[in-house]
Write a new protein. Structure first.
Length: 384
C-alpha cells in the first residue's frame, strides 16, 4: 500500500506529530510506502522518521495570510489554494498513492481542494481533537478568526473518518459524516520493565503545550490550595507555548516560584514519568490524552479532569487513576488524595500499567493499517 499522510508540519513536538510518526515508521517496517506531505514545514524534524519514510513540503504557508492587510487576504487565499492544487497534483501524479490520510484539525484550509485533487483515491480523515468539527465550522484558528469555506462537505465525501474516542465519533455522526469508526492512538513506548521509587519523591509532573486548552492555570490554582499544607511537594511542568508568560506570572502571584517549575520539553520524557509520584492533566478538552497513557505505561498514576474526550476512555476512576470535575477545588481534592495515600498510589500505578498494555503499538497500529486497507478496497469496488 502506498500511503500519504497530509499534515501542516513535522517540526512541532506535539502529540499529533509524534503519533503520526510512530504509525508511519511502523507501517514502513511492514513494507508499506509512506510519504508525509506538509505545507508549512520549517526547521528540523521533531521526531525521527524511518529511512523508508519520505517527506516533502509543498510550501503553501497558510498562516502567512495573517501578515497581510484584511483587504488583500481573500485574493491571497484564492492564489494560495490554486498553488496548493497545482503542487499537490504533481505529488499525486508522481507518488500515485492508494490512500491519503488527512489529520485534522489544522488542515481544514486545504481540505476541500485536497478532496478534489484526490479524485478516485480514497481519503481517510483522522480526528485528533475533541469537538474539532466545531472549530472547523466556525473557521476559528489559534492565531485568529478567519472565515473559511466550510470543509464539512469535504469530510462527508471522505471514505472514512477515524476518531480516537467514542465521544468524538458520536459528535461527527451528528454532523452527518457517514462512515465513522473509533481507533485509539498507540503509545510510543511501553517499557518492558519499570522501576518505581519505593518512597514518595513529592513530585507532581505535568506535560503538554502551554496553551489555553491545557488549563495549566487550573493546575496552578489547585496546587496553591495545597502548597501550604504540604510544603515538601513540588510541580514540574514540561512544555512551551503562548501561555508561558501568563503562567509564570500566575505562579509568582501565588508565591510558588520555588515550588512550580516550567521546564522545556525533553526528548526522553519517560525518565521524568518514572521519577514522579503522579501526573496531572488539567485540560478543558483533549483529542485523546496521550500523556495519560505514557505515564500509566511507566507505572505512574494520573489525576485527570473528566473532559471531552479521552480521560474517561483510558482511566477507570478510583482503580487505574482518578478523574476530577473541571473545577479547581475538585482537582485539588483529587490531587490531595494522591499526595496522602502512598500505598494506594503505588498500587494504582501498577494497575494503570497493566491496563494500558492494550495501547501498545503492536496491538493498535494493525487496527489503523486494516482501516486504511479497507478504505482502499472499498474505493476500488466503488470505482469499478
Amino acid at each position: 500500500m502506498k500511503l500519504i499522510y497530509f499534515i501542516p508540519l513535522l517540526s512541532n513536538k506535539g502529540g499529533q506529530e509524534r503519533t503520526l510518526t510512530d504509525k508511519a515508521n511502523y507501517l514502513a517496517r511492514r513494507g508499506h510506502e509512506v510519504l508525509f506531505v506538509t505545507y508549512e514545514h520549517e526547521g528540523p524534524l521533531a521526531y525521527q522518521l524511518h529511512d523508508a519514510v519520505r517527506h516533502t513540503d509543498i510550501h503553501c504557508h497558510y498562516f502567512s495570510l495573517y501578515r497581510l492587510p484584511l483587504w488583500r487576504r481573500p485574493l491571497a487565499l484564492l492564489q494560495l489554494k490554486r498553488t496548493f492544487k497545482e503542487r499537490m497534483g504533481r505529488v499525486m501524479e508522481e507518488f500515485r498513492p492508494d490512500v491519503i490520510v488527512v489529520a485534522i484539525p489544522n488542515t481544514e484550509n486545504f481540505l476541500s481542494n485536497l478532496v478534489r485533487v484526490a479524485g478516485e483515491t480514497p481519503v481517510v480523515v483522522e480526528s485528533h481533537l475533541a469537538q474539532g468539527h466545531s472549530v472547523i465550522r466556525r473557521g476559528i484558528t489559534e492565531k485568529g478568526i478567519y472565515w473559511l469555506q466550510n470543509p464539512i462537505r469535504a469530510i462527508r465525501k471522505s471514505q472514512l473518518l477515524i476518531a480516537l474516542t467514542q465521544g468524538d465519533a458520536t459528535c461527527w455522526c451528528r454532523m452527518g459524516v457517514p462512515h465513522v469508526t473509533v481507533i485509539p492512538n498507540p503509545v510510543t513506548c511501553y517499557p518492558e520493565e519499570v522501576s518505581r521509587p519505593t518512597s514518595s519523591l513529592h513530585r507532581i509532573i505535568c506535560v503538554g503545550r502551554l496553551a489555553p486548552q491545557k488549563r495549566f492555570d487550573r493546575l496552578i490554582d489547585a496546587f496553591a490550595l495545597l502548597a501550604g499544607k504540604y510544603p515538601a511537594w513540588h510541580v514540574d511542568i514540561f512544555g512551551k507555548g503562548e501561555d508561558e508568560k501568563k503562567l509564570r506570572q500566575q505562579i509568582d502571584r501565588h508565591g510558588l516560584v520555588e515550588r512550580i517549575h516550567i521546564l522545556p520539553p525533553v526528548d526522553h520524557i519517560y525518565a521524568a514519568y518514572g521519577q514522579s509520584d503522579f501526573l496531572v492533566l488539567s485540560s478543558d478538552f483533549e483529542g485523546f490524552g496521550m500523556v495519560i497513557v505514557e505515564a500509566m505505561a511507566c507505572g505512574t498514576p494520573v489525576v485527570a479532569t473528566n473532559c471531552p474526550y479521552g480521560p474517561a476512555d483510558i482511566i477507570r476512576d478510583g482503580e487505574t487513576g482518578v478523574l476530577s470535575k473541571l473545577e479547581v477545588k475538585d482537582l485539588a481534592d483529587k490531587m490531595e488524595w494522591m499526595m496522602t495515600h502512598d500505598v494506594e498510589r503505588l498500587q494504582m500505578g501498577q494497575k494503570a500499567r497493566q491496563a494500558v498494555a492494550r495501547y501498545r503499538q503492536e496491538v493498535i497500529i494493525p487496527q489503523w493499517e486494516q482501516a486504511y486497507l479497507q478504505a482502499q478496497n472499498s474505493a476500488r469496488k466503488r470505482n469499478k
